[in-house]
Design a protein around this ligand. Sequence first.
Ligand code: ADP
Length: 288
Amino acid sequence: MSYIKIRNLNFSYKDDEGNPESVLRDLSLDIKKGEYVAVLGHNGSGKSTLAKLLNLVIDDYDYFEGSIEIDGVEISSSDMTEDDIYELRKKVGMVFQNPDNQIVATIVEEDVAFGPENLGLPREEIRRRVDEALATVGMTEYSRHEPHRLSGGQKQRIAIAGIIAMRPECIIFDESTAMLDPMGRREVVDTMEKLNREEGKTIITITHYMDEAVRADRVVVIDDGRIILDGKPSEIFAEADKLRACGLDLPQCSDLVLRLRSRGIKIDGEINTPEECAEAIYKAFKKS
Ligand code: ADP
């Protein structure tokens, strides 16, 4: 059964003159509980709009048609109450691009406690959740620090801890690594992977970094508001021409393997990560 079930979604914003600007076109998608899905697409293809619709954070639009069900609940109906939306956001958390916009307190642990406090939980439960969340993102030793003194990657991990402390089943990362340096990106992607592999969270990550997408179990490519590819990373990155046609690059490893194969070098198997790439090239040259 799908955890997220989207059917025939058509969505338009209003442009500056108030005319409809179509962004998602007849988009259908199913995501199972526990999946780790990367959503790719060039700028303006509609990825962020899709993510925001899953958390009902868009209220000014021109047209919305189709259905979105999360965990069996239709969230796109107009009779969603404030309480329903609140319940939805407990189940599906979102981490945004800019960590500075997501941090609300002046001490790390108070920031992480903000969500659980709003849930009205008892003090000991809040303490337990904050400690667990900080441990999960590897930031326990910073619990009494001031967030604004941390690096971008550390701040983003604090924002993630704040979401985890609400115990969501699914976390959507909307370009959450876009403002980070390579080290910060690695910290955040390692955290996503851990949340999926060790805690069974459903992870949806919107990114334009191909090297992040290869780490997911499944890649969905959106172009001009439509899904044009959906499959395992190795299947998606074998479609070099289609990806390039919609303005996307290949991950470095896939590109290298394709170039070597096109020169007649026999490299077997699915190559996604630098480690697999190194191993495959080593084997290919050892044989020859
Ligand atoms: P992506 O995340 O793939 O870059 P977005 O979903 O952010 O794409 O944007 C898709 C299109 O919708 C773009 O053309 C963008 O300019 C437009 N858009 C995004 N947000 C709004 C908004 N709040 N009002 C009007 N148009 C918007």
